[in-house]
Design a protein around this ligand. Structure first.
Ligand SMILES: C[S@@+](CC[C@H](N)C(=O)[O-])C[C@H]1O[C@@H](n2cnc3c(N)ncnc32)[C@H](O)[C@@H]1O
Length: 401
């Protein structure tokens, strides 16, 4: 076979073999079954318009459809994330699997994993995507995969119960149809977003709810339809945005913007800074009034906010003040020390609260995978526990060991 995509003579099989080797080296693929699925599926046939270099890159997405603002609404997910999620899903031959969010290639991997005795159904809310996935699956020889046009919020009761449900768009909540659609021992792998940060969480059934088995950092296009996120994004000034999905958090744009012009209070925690994704998760779920603070590069370059903000950082807000994490070199250890930058009339109090959490995390939870998530469906208890995240269909809680 010759490469038709990028004008070079390199065979897609060679690109694929390199990709699988690298995915194994990076521990995205850890099992022979997932490696075999990746080897069997001609990934480039699911993105015929993209160069092989992009299709077989570990971390690159391939855009498939954008909205009127130019934002991606459908992409072929990066191979690394697909590998991670398929490992989390632990799919074995004969299983009945539902994928929510189609593209074709991941459904083909799933079909390889369930084998000829298993079934794969992939559901997408967008007709263009379903049609495209159907075409690619047929052309690549995966006619047995079922493609369905539907809002995944409702699951796919006609095909239930499923041994596995794998969601490939960022979900803000877990609707009853996903839990009810699982077999007794079924699992759900879902990229769950809390306050602008997403983890792919592998959940097992636990009574009426769900209990996490593993989680990994993930990035996905947002879920559309009935399950779309309820969140607020507020522009404080050009290039500075705060976002939250907790309706109880006060977001006074004028007062917070004024706070940014107040002198910066910097407080060093004395604690180690590392594993930023794990630290951010802990802060997001433990700060009493958490938002995510984003700033554009030019705002950072002007020195208004610290570089940590560029990719979004958990911040603590009050009516008129805000605080977020930063770091500095720790010459004694060779690593970094965490700290807080705070602005506004309540800067001292917010910095103290924030720094306490930085120290608590470093002392007790500074390792990968230290969190356990629970999803409890149904009406939220009153009063809502401090650590609970309120959703439409239930609550999410996270505990740290
Ligand atoms: C990242 S893409 C899916 C990638 C795909 N699984 C693959 O093989 O690479 C996310 C998809 O989720 C779909 N989506 C978003 N909201 C949805 C919903 N409520 N129900 C079903 N599909 C949805 C989008 O249309 C988009 O095609």
């Amino acid at each position: 076979m010759t490469a038709i995509h990028d004008g070079t003579d390199r065979d897609p099989d060679a690109w694929r073999a390199d990709m699988i080797r690298a995915l194994r080296d990076q521990n995205a693929i850890t099992s022979d079954s997932v490696a075999a699925a990746f080897a069997a599926v001609p990934r480039h046939r699911f993105a015929p318009e993209a160069p092989l270099e992009a299709v077989y890159d570990l971390h690159r997405i391939v855009p498939v459809k954008k909205d009127e603002n130019g934002l991606n609404v459908s992409v072929m997910s990066a191979a690394h994330l697909q590998g991670v999620m398929l490992e989390q899903a632990d799919v074995t031959p004969g299983m009945n699997v539902l994928e929510i969010g189609s593209g074709g290639v991941n459904a083909a991997y799933l079909q390889e994993l369930v084998g000829s005795d298993g079934e794969v159904t992939t559901v997408d809310i967008d007709r263009d995507i379903v049609d495209r996935a159907r075409r690619c699956l047929d052309e690549a020889g995966y006619r047995q995969v079922k493609t369905v046009l539907a809002d995944g919020e409702r699951g796919f009761p006609d095909g239930a119960p499923f041994d596995r449900i794998i969601v490939t768009a960022a979900a803000w909540d877990i609707p009853p149809s996903w839990i009810d659609g699982l077999t007794e021992k079924g699992s759900l792998v879902v990229p769950l977003t809390v306050c602008g940060t997403t983890r792919s969480i592998a959940f097992d059934r636990d009574g009426a709810g769900l209990l996490s088995r593993s989680y990994r950092l993930a990035h996905f296009v947002p879920m559309q339809g009935g399950g779309a996120a309820e969140e607020r994004k507020v522009l404080l000034r050009e290039g500075v945005v705060v976002q939250t999905d907790d309706m109880r958090v006060p977001l006074n744009a004028q007062a917070l913007n004024r706070a940014l012009d107040a002198p910066r209070l910097v407080r060093w925690s004395g604690a180690a800074w590392d594993l930023p994704d794990e630290l951010d998760l802990y802060l997001t779920l433990n700060l009493p009034q958490a938002v995510r603070l984003h700033a554009a590069k030019d705002v950072i370059e002007k020195g208004l906010v610290a570089p940590a903000v560029q990719f979004g950082v958990p911040a603590l807000v009050s009516e008129d003040s805000l605080a977020y994490r930063t770091r500095r070199d720790n010459e004694d250890t060779g690593g970094f020390e965490s700290g807080v930058i705070a602005h506004g009339p309540q800067a001292e109090a917010l910095a103290d609260q924030y720094a306490t959490l930085l120290r608590r995390w470093a002392e007790h939870h500074r390792r990968r995978g230290a969190a356990t998530f629970r999803y409890l469906p149904g009406p939220a208890p009153s009063p809502l526990p401090q650590d609970a995240v309120l959703r439409r269909h239930g609550i999410v809680t996270a505990s740290w060991t």
